[in-house]
Design a protein around this ligand. Structure first.
Ligand code: FAD
Length: 319
């Protein structure tokens, strides 16, 4: 086992970095951040398209920033820059390419097990691993042969493809609009109307539908998908079938329940059990960011969770 830390944070996304920054500002210096990706903020890097507009009040969630991180509306790139600067200006340790798979409580503290076969000890642990490690998949079976044509991000798309984007939130709209500039896009949402859309996305999708740049398939679900000779055949619940080169699902992420189980954190109604201080059923194990939400979440919310946990740790002498 290596050097003991005061605070170990698992996941270097907005909530994890905010927890580290706020805790550091309050005098906790012996902090480590574990990140399984090759860099911080893998959700933003992987799921946001280049130049994506980043909204502070994402999906209509109005949030006043409580801490010291000056997060404002911007782009994917300006948001990554903000976190780069925060990391450069603080001396806590960011250990990338280190997946944590288990946390075990001992008398001396928490033992945190890494993917390298090593373990570290910490007095308190904050779990901020988000929900996008496991993107939501549809309930119907997907053809295994078509794996590379069924995606959850834009990274595999090319040009001039006929693509079905599935989802009714801001991410689905942004994916559809972006792809429509170089592909033929149909947007499928099981409800008849979108709700909680960012006003710009609401305007955009209306305009793209109106001028035929995106074909709407609203108020209808998908029954099954088959794969034939390089094409995906989609069977809709209204009896229609259509052929696509690719399907992109933008239907959110799931609670990493396996991870929480292995830490002994209880889950209720799809989210970890936590109190008003974001402390779980295990004293000194906290959760912050998207993992605390059944759906939704936002960067600003994650930043505030980090601030509140740092305050609690200090005010209640938990380290
Ligand atoms: C397409 C899309 C567009 C969005 N647009 C906006 C927007 O404009 N504005 C906004 O406020 N929000 C937006 N969001 C939501 C926002 O990205 C999330 O609310 C935010 O990233 C959540 O932060 P987090 O720190 O809780 O988790 P995440 O950002 O998901 O970070 C979790 C980190 O933990 C790491 N990790 C996971 N498991 C482990 C493990 N076992 N060990 C170590 N590390 C691990 C991951 O690699 C990741 O880096 C968008 C989301 C999506 C998908």
């Amino acid at each position: 086992m290596n050097t003991p830390f005061d605070l170990a944070i698992i996941g270097a996304g907005p909530a994890g970095i905010a927890t580290a920054v706020e805790a550091y500002a309050l005098g906790i210096e012996n902090i480590i951040l574990f990140e399984k990706g090759e860099n911080h903020n893998m959700t933003i890097r992987k799921y946001y398209k280049d130049n994506k507009r980043v909204d502070k009040d994402w999906q209509g969630q109005k949030v006043e920033i409580e801490g010291r991180i000056a997060f404002v509306d911007g782009t994917k790139e300006s948001t990554i820059d903000l976190f780069d600067t925060l990391l450069a200006n603080h001396t806590f340790t960011l250990q990338t390419q280190t997946e944590i798979f288990k946390v075990v409580r001992h008398e001396a503290g928490f033992e945190i097990f890494t993917s390298h076969g090593t373990s570290h000890l910490a007095k308190a642990v904050v779990i901020t691993i988000g929900r996008m490690g496991k993107p939501n998949k549809p309930t119907y079976a997907l053809p295994a042969k078509a794996k590379e044509r069924i995606n959850f991000t834009l990274e595999f798309c090319s040009l001039d493809e006929t693509i079905l984007v599935v989802g009714g939130g801001d991410s689905a709209i942004e994916y559809a609009v972006e792809l429509s500039h170089k592909n033929h896009i149909t947007l499928n949402y099981r409800r008849n109307a979108f709700n909680r859309l960012n006003p710009t996305n609401a305007r955009d999708i209306e305009a793209y539908f109106d001028r035929g740049a995106i074909t709407p398939r609203l108020g209808v679900d998908i029954e099954r998908v088959e794969y034939e000779e390089g094409k995906l055949e989609v069977f809709f619940t209204d009896g229609q079938t259509s052929l696509y080169d690719r399907i992109i699902y933008a239907i959110g992420g799931t609670t990493p329940s396996g991870f929480l189980d292995s830490c002994g954190v209880l889950i209720e109604k799809g989210v970890p059990l936590y109190d008003e201080n974001y402390q779980t059923n295990i004293p000194n194990i906290f959760v912050a960011g998207d993992i605390t939400q059944e759906r939704g979440g936002s960067i600003a919310l994650g930043l505030n969770h980090g601030k509140r946990i740092a305050n609690y740790l200090i005010e209640n002498h938990r380290l």
